[in-house]
Design a protein around this ligand. Structure first.
Ligand code: FEO
Length: 407
């Protein structure tokens, strides 16, 4: 756990977590940080506590003591969001101290009670304040469905610091550099990619609510954004607001100037056409990513499709339907409400087709509104004329995706 100072009387404790499935689902190849913040006036509040795993609360207490905050003197636990990565230590903390108050929204209060049995709760609404003394006043601003219904921002007025919880967060472990003005160009790129992974994996389903949260942030005068995961933005908080705004467009069909090939092949017939497509994309100088299903992690698959302006789906028919690992990937993209992507599909079939019919069913069932170019299906191995049709489709995609590019 690392100790940092945001401003006088405002501390940050951050730890890297690795080797977990985030939310029990997401493989996070590059880890994630859990950030906690302490605001000290005459009273002391801790915002976004930490996960309750073995040894973690005790590590938190030790680090609090090292920065001069005696854990037993904490008066308020501000639970911006009840998900246990931010609140899992409450029961452990109750064992060492009995007289503290949980501050949270009404929706969070219900869950704090049901998950941890807490009843010393002060429910806050939009604009409510908590005066900690010595000029430190916190105000509370619900941002429902980011990504849970209970979420809120906490804002410290004197320093204009927004404690934004999951909003404006990113996956990715932090090394020595935890503030935006310290990040190297490589680290900036790293956290942009990990921000996209975080947004698409965890928040993507709730894009309309995230847009409202962006508006709410824009209505506040902000000098620093301190999220629950990832770097703190003190030099240019507007950058992460603009990034999140851009990510919200990726969820609805825009993307970077790159193509993603989402593909799978049973016996290499569809793979022959994929190899041909790679040659075309290289020849045309188009950046592309390849996701072979089911070998790719769900986290990587969603993030990569999410950020791309053009999608190529290469999958054969399997038992009268779409090759199952690719069908499962598309269903997951539908659950994440990744809509409006420009796409082109091709694939092989043996004794009958059927992949195309299931592809349409998946798109309709999930209301995905993807814009498909005419598909190409071929019997068995792709022949020269099939590859020419595939090339026509790829070239049309490259041309049309220019309308979708937002960098
Ligand atoms: Fe960082 Fe929604 O948990």
């Amino acid at each position: 756990m690392k100790q940092l100072t945001i401003a006088e009387g405002i501390h940050m404790l951050t730890m890297n977590v690795e080797d977990i499935l985030f939310e029990g689902i997401w493989e996070i190849a590059n880890g994630v940080t859990l950030n906690s913040y302490i605001v000290q006036g005459e009273k002391t509040a801790i915002i976004d506590g930490v996960i309750g795993w073995d040894g973690v609360p005790e590590t938190l207490y030790r680090n609090l003591a090292e920065i001069g905050v005696e854990p037993k003197r904490i008066d308020y636990l501000v639970v911006n969001h009840m998900e246990p990565d931010h609140s899992g230590w409450i029961s452990n903390f109750r064992k060492i101290k009995d007289n503290f108050t949980v501050i949270c929204t009404e929706k969070a209060a219900k869950m704090v009670a049901s998950f941890y049995g807490e009843d010393k709760i002060r429910i806050v609404k939009e604009g409510d304040t908590l005066d900690l003394g010595k000029g430190k006043v916190l105000s509370f601003h619900p941002v429902p469905n980011v990504h849970w219904p209970d979420t809120m921002y906490t804002y410290e007025k004197a320093t204009k610091t927004l404690f934004s919880c999951d909003m404006f967060g990113a996956f990715g472990r932090m090394g020595e550099h935890c503030f935006d003005d310290e990040l190297t160009p490589e680290e900036i790129d790293f956290f942009e990619a990990e921000g996209i992974r975080y947004y698409s994996n965890v928040m993507g389903t709730f894009t309309s609510s995230l847009r409202k949260a962006i508006e709410k942030a824009n209505a506040l005068e902000i000098k620093t954004i301190a999220p629950g995961h990832g770097p703190v933005y003190r030099k240019n908080p507007q950058k992460i607001i603009a990034d999140y705004s851009r990510f919200s467009r990726y969820a609805e069909g825009a993307g970077k100037n790159e193509v993603t090939i989402l593909w799978g092949s049973m016996y290499g017939m569809t793979a022959q056409a994929v190899a041909h497509v790679e040659g075309i994309l290289q020849r045309e100088g188009v950046k592309f990513n390849k996701l072979e299903m089911p070998l790719e992690s769900e986290s990587e698959m969603i993030a990569t499709v999410f950020k791309s302006a053009g999608i190529i789906i290469a999958a054969p028919t399997y038992e009268y339907k779409l090759f199952p690992p690719v069908a499962a990937a598309l269903n997951e993209l539908g659950r994440k409400k990744i809509t409006g992507k420009l796409a082109f599909r091709f694939g092989s079939y043996g004794w009958s087709g059927g992949a195309e019919r299931e592809l349409k069913e998946i798109m309709e069932r999930n209301n995905m509104k993807w814009d498909f170019l005419e598909s190409v299906e071929f019997e068995g191995a792709p022949k020269k004329e099939d590859l020419m049709k595939v090339e026509d489709g790829v070239l049309a995609l490259i041309e049309k995706m220019k309308e979708k590019v937002v960098e």
